[in-house]
Design a protein around this ligand. Structure first.
Ligand code: GUN
Length: 292
């Protein structure tokens, strides 16, 4: 294996220690404890495990976590009323609605209901717009974490060619926007399901961010030697040898990519821990602003 592993767990632990120290200072100086409300609708197993990890990390950083678990049959109006209560609650600085919502919910309407100053996911139209025009805002957690992960490899992104695979609102589109900001200055190509030959682009890339939600979207023959690979995929594939009956794999074929790349994120242990870390970062920032 030629590629170095980009250790998301280590970077996350270092950053979370800094956040915990800042939380303690905020409590001591202003008497404010950051509070994060996490809303989970339904019982999608992957969402349950993400939400549990977010709540645990929040408490470990010295923040307050409020869990709101609602049945998949909750009326949308009740969910919106819950968000309105949290918007008005001074003990809550950040609100997160875990996505995807069960079928039948208007996800856009639900996200729109979150007050932008408590939108620590950076998903509301106000925060997305501010990010695009470079105004101060909450940056979306996974894209922000990806930039930090690329930085720890030592790669200077300015002038480099970054190829993003996937155009989701949560990862693909915002990460392409952040990479092309003047402060980062990469040249960005965004590939998606309408791109006939993704490999023709990735073979020219210094960095590939793959967020397609499909195993084996990126294979070693699609990479330029020495490229950095950020694998955002978290796919459950059946595995009879695993007690859980499945194993996790990313969107990149790790075996072939790690021979060609210079650095690659593992799944799990790469992007995931940094997503949660940037959520804590935004929650701290929201509490600091409220304490001013
Ligand atoms: N579902 C998958 N990723 C995310 C995320 O970063 N935030 C929320 N709220 N839901 C998600």
């Amino acid at each position: 294996m030629a590629a170095e592993l980009i250790d998301g767990k280590k970077l996350a632990a270092e950053t979370r220690a800094q956040i915990a120290a800042a939380v303690a200072a905020l409590k001591a100086e202003k008497g404010v404890t950051p509070g994060l409300a996490v809303i989970l609708v339904g019982d999608n197993p992957a969402s349950v495990s993400y939400v549990t990890a977010k709540e645990k990390a929040c408490v470990a950083a010295g923040m307050n976590s409020r869990e709101i678990r609602l049945g998949a049959d909750v009326a949308e109006s009740d969910l919106l009323a819950e968000i309105a209560r949290l918007n008005a609650d001074p003990a809550i600085h950040g609100i997160l609605v875990q996505l995807p919502l069960p079928k039948g919910f208007d996800e856009k309407k639900v996200i729109d209901a979150i007050a932008p100053e408590k939108d620590v996911d950076g998903f509301t139209p106000v925060n997305v717009g501010k990010m695009l025009i470079g105004e101060e805002c909450f940056l979306p957690c996974t894209p922000h974490g990806i930039i930090k992960l690329i930085e720890v490899t030592g790669m200077k992104l300015a002038g480099k060619h970054a190829v993003v695979i996937g155009r989701s609102n949560i990862v693909g589109k915002p990460v392409a926007a952040l990479l092309s900001r003047k402060s980062v200055n990469a040249t960005v190509t965004l590939c998606h399901t309408g791109t006939p030959d993704v490999g023709a682009f990735t073979r020219q890339a210094d960095v590939v961010v793959v967020a397609a939600g499909r195993p084996n979207t990126l294979t070693g023959d699609m990479l330029k030697p020495g490229a950095v690979v950020i694998d955002v995929g978290v796919n459950r594939v059946p595995d009879a040898t695993n007690p859980k009956g499945y194993r996790l794999c990313g969107d990149a074929d790790f075996a072939s990519c790690s021979i060609v790349a210079s650095a690659i994120t593992p799944v799990p242990g790469g992007v995931g821990p940094m997503t949660i870390t940037m959520l804590l970062w935004n929650t701290l920032e929201a509490a600091r602003r409220a304490a001013k």
